[in-house]
Each structure stands twice: as C-alpha cells, then as structure tokens.
Design a protein around this ligand. Structure first.
Ligand code: PLP
Length: 371
C-alpha cells in the first residue's frame, strides 16, 4: 500500500500517526490503573464531542454520560433500543436510507415497529411521522446524517414530534457527531450513537453512546441485552471500567484521536467540515456532475459526505471500472449502497482531512472519469 494512499470512504477514515502509535504500545490489563486512565481520557473527550457540537462551541446537554462500547455503531443502536424496549413496546422508525432501515431492523428484534418510509434520498415526510407517533409510542428512531444518500435529516423537527407524544428519542449521529452540529437538548435527544471510525477519526471497532440523565429511569434493567446493558455500563464507567474485556489498543487509539478533536475544538471542526463538504460538492458540480439527491435547500446536504450521480455512460459495468481507476490513482471512495449501486459514488470528508487532500480527491475523480 503506497504511503500516501488516501481513504475517502465514509469510514473507516484515515487515522493520525499518533493514533497509530498509541495503538502499538505494550499491552496492559483492562483491569489496570493504566487502562482506567485511558478510558477516562477517551470518555472525557468523547463526552465533550457529544455535548459541545455547536458552531459556537457552547454545550448542548443538561447532563449525560458518554459510554464507550466494544463494538461498532450497530451495537450502539441495539444498546439504545434494547435498553428502552427490551421486553417489547412500540417503536416508530424513520427510514429514508440504508441506515434508517437498519435502525428499524434492529428495533424489530425487540418491539413492534412502524416504519415511516420515504425513498432513499427523499426528505422525511414530517406529517407522516406526526401521524405515526402516538401516545402509545415508546421510542422514535432517526438517522441524522444518512450515509447512504448524503442527506441531512431534520432531527430537530422529528424530536419535537417525539416530545409532543412523550416518546423517547434515539438518534444515530454516526456520520455527523464529531464533524457537524449535533444538539442533544435542543433536539430532544435521549440517546445518541456514534462510531469511532467516522468523524472521530479513530480506528474501527468501538462505538459511543450518549445517555442523558433524563432517560436513565426509563431503561429496561434486566430486559436489556446482556452485553449492552446500559445501566451496567454506567455503573462500571463510574470507575473508568467496562463490564467485559476492553479492546485496549482501540481505546488507546480513540483516546488519542479524541484528544486531537479537543485541540481543534468542535466549533472550528464543524466549520472545517462544512467548508470541505462544500468544496467537494462545488468541485464535482464544476465538472458537470450532479449531486444525489439534487436539493433546493443546500442546508440539507450532508457536511461530512458527498454523494454524486455517476454520469450516464459510467453506469453498470463502467461504474466498477471508474471505481478501479480511482483506486489505481491511490484514492479510495465508495459506490452506492443497495439499489444505488452503479448509480452514485460517495466521498467522505470526515475526520482530519487537509485542504490538499480535498483537492486531490476532486482531481482524482475528474482524472478517473476522463480516462
Ligand atoms: N449508521 C450510519 C449512519 C452509518 O453510516 C453506519 C456505517 O456506515 C452505521 C450506522 C453502522 O455502523 P457499523 O457498520 O460500524 O456498525
């Protein structure tokens, strides 16, 4: 693998040298004081990310705890719903892409789920959500940044609907938290989930779940999934521990990555992500390519991921050739997921990209299309 290979996939994203070095330190026991110090650092920084993700850097939560889990965000999604409706209940799942659908599928293992569905890439129909959410609803699930389409969903408006019905609100902020604005209290979020290998720019394998103090009395106790029992994790976190064996190198990597976020500060980090996503979009538009979906409201475009329609001639078999041509130039991007395969490509700016890397990404796509 060439040294300057550039990962522009929507996770895993490139990790900094000090993150890689932190992971290769000699092993310690997960029950040692050395590990507790790592957990404490990682947790404190990740909590800062959950609570400080505003363009001004102001805090957005009245109180809560960031839990770090041994498992990717799908486990975090399961932790959120499994701890609220572990022994059944009513869930409304908002679905307009692959990850909204995943949240519905996770919830279906535990509860009766009503899906409010729009086409992938189409805006959420708020009237349909309001019709579906009733006083019987226990939980509403929602994806903020739909990674399969590059659409930023209205977490605030759906949060109002959930609050009006007194339902708990769990939000997948997997590809927004750490790179874009995310307001726990203002949006009425009870539990938020993110992944290590996305905008936190850490290695894959861990997720983080933010549990507000308000939601703790609603947790299901013994009906919760065993490995993801949030009350148990909360108790252990008080002494910077986890219930089970921790993935020590990954926690070290996450602590180092999150420390870099702290240095940059969330306000500057959000501004940088917004600039870089706009630069990718503008660059691709300048080549005559169109966004997927094409939106009148630029604020609904993701600030961490750009989805672009492949030109007609590049569809089908040629789409694979296009992706290979990009990879051959030392850059990795992603194609469309599910039925969008062969229709779109996706480029991430999550994490720590430099301006030069953004320019290189645009130029590489242009060169590969011209080939
Ligand atoms: N939610 C969103 C929005 C995602 O983009 C992803 C992964 O890309 C996930 C959930 C699931 O993450 P994982 O596969 O790491 O469990």
């Amino acid at each position: 693998m060439r040294e300057d290979f550039l990962l522009l996939n929507p996770g895993p994203v490139p990790v900094a040298r000090e993150v890689r070095e932190a992971m290769s330190a000699p092993m310690v026991s997960h029950r040692s004081a050395a590990f507790e110090a790592v957990y404490e650092r990682a947790q404190e920084h990740v909590e800062y990310v959950f609570e400080g993700s505003t363009p001004s850097g102001d805090t957005t939560s009245a109180g809560g705890t960031a839990l770090l889990l041994n498992g990717t965000a799908t486990m975090g999604m399961e932790a959120a719903v499994g701890n609220l409706v572990g022994d059944g209940g009513e869930v409304v799942a908002v679905v307009n892409g692959k990850f909204g659908r995943r949240f519905a599928r996770v919830a279906e293992r535990y509860a009766d789920v009503t899906r409010v569905t729009a086409d992938w890439g189409a805006p959420v129909d708020l009237d349909a959500v309001a019709d579906a959410v009733t006083t019987e609803t226990d939980v509403v699930t929602m994806v903020h940044n739909e990674t399969s389409t590059g659409l930023l969903n209205p977490v605030d408006a759906v949060g109002d609907i959930a609050a009006d019905a007194d339902a708990r609100y769990v939000v997948d902020g997997v590809t927004s938290i750490g790179g874009d604005e995310f307001r726990i209290d203002d949006w009425g979020v009870d539990i938020a989930v993110t992944d290590a290998q996305k905008a936190l720019a850490a290695p894959p394998g861990l997720s983080a779940v933010y549990v507000t103090d308000d939601v703790v009395p609603a947790l299901d106790g013994e009906a919760a999934p065993f490995y993801e029992d949030i009350e148990w994790h909360l108790r252990k976190a008080e002494s910077n521990q986890t219930p089970f064996t921790s993935a020590v190198p990954l926690f070290r990597g996450l602590a180092a990555a999150a420390a870099r976020i702290r240095e940059e500060g969330m306000a500057d980090r959000i501004a940088r992500h917004r600039r870089q996503a706009a630069a990718f979009r503008d660059g691709f538009h300048e080549m005559g390519l169109a966004s997927f979906p094409e939106l009148n409201d630029a604020a609904a475009y993701s600030n961490t991921l750009t989805a672009i329609r492949l030109p007609a001639g590049a569809r089908g078999a040629d789409a694979a050739a296009f992706m290979d041509a990009v990879t051959a130039r030392g850059v990795s991007i992603s194609g469309g997921q599910g039925h969008l395969g062969g229709e779109i490509f996706r480029v991430s700016n999550m994490g720590q990209l430099t301006a030069q890397q953004v320019v290189r990404g645009v130029r590489t796509v242009g060169d590969a299309l011209d080939e």
